[in-house]
Design a protein around this ligand. Structure first.
Ligand SMILES: Cc1ncc(COP(=O)(O)O)c(C=O)c1O
Length: 421
């Protein structure tokens, strides 16, 4: 998770976003204006190969998994389990067949973690440490535990550029039983010093949880090097389908955790008044899983692997640098950009606001130019309060975005500024 090399311009990259766009059918639909999609932080687009993988599965192979003993059901199970291995290898999981749990999304993975740790591991008065820039998905489940279990929440603070302040880290983490934080902020773009924090947290015996929702789609991740015990991410931000999320955990931690949901497939045996949980990872996969979505996510991982995650990270850095420069050059002090000033400290999003213009109005004007950006609180209301705003506009990038998209954003923003001045 170190800083990546300088990437001076998009022409030197190993892939051309214009060529990439051709793999994504949404960009070839007829529209009044070409689609400038700058909202991948909310949900990315998906390539034909992902759509085909799901379509082919439904057309040729669908049957429920882990149940039937007929050939079709076995083939469906094989495809589902092959995707598990692929996704595990993608993040360097040492035991992918046991350590990768499929959920509905990051939110469900994080709720699984909080609920499971809340049944036996955490007790009243225990300390759980978060940051003040967490998405609600990694905040509300812990608030819920605080309200019904009496755990205490503490927060690592950040500076005015959204960089975590580590001065009092020992004091904050001393006695913590769980430390749960994002690898990359969905609002500020901050890439957090996750591994450094994890190391200190482990020295105090805490379980360390990573929310990698905004990190996995953009940068290489190796869970062994990361130093987390549990990591959550979501399929639809990484070119995969909606409806599938991932929880990775090391064997020791996952084995110590009780199941989250009860039902089919998560049991080894059931008697009238008791049950025996299934082995990993099935004890956390109650009910029929999102089979086609898991297979689609496997295809998304193939697509990302073909491009190379380091190449993707380089692309994202290059476009971030260009976007920050062009926005700053054009709008100077009239725009407020949140998060680190140095593009090397950011992942693929820029949140901003113009004085006296509501972000929703900005987003609407941009939409008239075919430019899609998100406006709102980005599911990070405590952070919005701290920034002193109700909402921001956010442009977020992925592999199909190029300098023309940045130019379209800048021109549309200039129009919005003129309109409201
Ligand atoms: C940092 C972060 N964590 C968690 C989530 C939740 O993802 P999902 O809605 O797929 O559960 C998001 C989504 O925006 C996110 O940006």
């Amino acid at each position: 998770m170190g800083t990546l090399p300088e990437m001076p311009n998009l022409n030197e990259l190993s892939f051309d976003p214009k060529v990439i766009k051709k793999d994504f059918p949404i960009f070839s639909q007829n529209r009044d204006k070409p689609l400038v999609f700058l909202d991948s932080g909310a949900s990315s687009q998906r390539p034909t190969s992902v759509l085909d993988a799901m379509d082919d599965y439904y057309r040729t192979t669908h049957a429920n998994v882990h149940r039937g003993v007929y050939a079709l059901a076995e083939e469906a199970t094989n495809r589902y389990e092959a995707a598990r291995l692929k996704i595990g290898n993608f993040i360097g999981a040492p035991n992918p067949s046991k350590e990768i749990v499929f959920s509905k999304n990051s939110t469900e993975s994080l709720n699984l973690i909080a609920n499971s740790l809340g049944h036996g591991y955490l007790h009243a008065g225990d300390k759980v440490v978060l940051t003040k820039m967490e998405h609600h998905a990694n905040h509300v489940p812990w608030i819920m535990l605080a309200s019904y279990l009496g755990i205490k929440l503490e927060f690592i603070d950040h500076d005015e550029q959204g960089r975590l302040i580590l001065d009092n880290l020992d004091q904050t983490l001393d006695g913590a039983k769980v430390v749960s934080l994002t690898l990359a902020s969905n609002v500020l773009g901050t890439i957090t010093p996750f591994s450094q924090i994890a190391q200190v947290a482990h020295s105090y015996g805490a379980i360390v949880v990573g929310d990698a929702s905004q990190y996995v789609p953009h940068m290489p991740l190796n869970v062994k090097e990361l130093g987390a015990d549990l990591v959550a991410f979501t399929g639809h931000k990484m070119l995969g389908p909606t409806g599938v999320g991932v929880l990775w955990g090391n064997l020791k931690t996952l084995e110590s955790m009780p199941p989250f949901l009860g039902g089919g497939d998560m049991i080894a045996d059931v008697r009238l008044e008791s049950y025996t949980p299934n082995e990993l990872p099935y004890k956390f996969e109650a009910g029929t899983p999102p089979i086609a979505e898991v297979i689609g996510l496997g295809a998304a991982v193939d697509y990302l692997n073909n491009l190379g995650m380091q190449n993707i990270a380089n692309h994202d850095r290059a476009i971030m640098k260009i976007a920050l420069e062009k926005i700053n050059d054009r709008f100077g002090d009239t725009i407020k950009i949140y998060g680190p000033k140095d593009y090397k400290e950011r992942s693929g999003c820029i949140s901003f606001s113009f004085e006296n213009v509501h972000p929703h109005d900005i987003s609407q004007i941009l939409d008239l130019h075919g430019v899609c950006v998100r406006a709102g609180h980005h599911c990070a209301k405590p952070l919005m309060r701290e920034l002193g705003v109700a909402a921001t506009a956010r442009a977020s990038f992925h592999i199909y975005n190029d300098e023309d998209d940045v130019d379209a954003l800048v021109e549309a923003l200039a129009e919005a500024q003129r309109y409201f001045s």
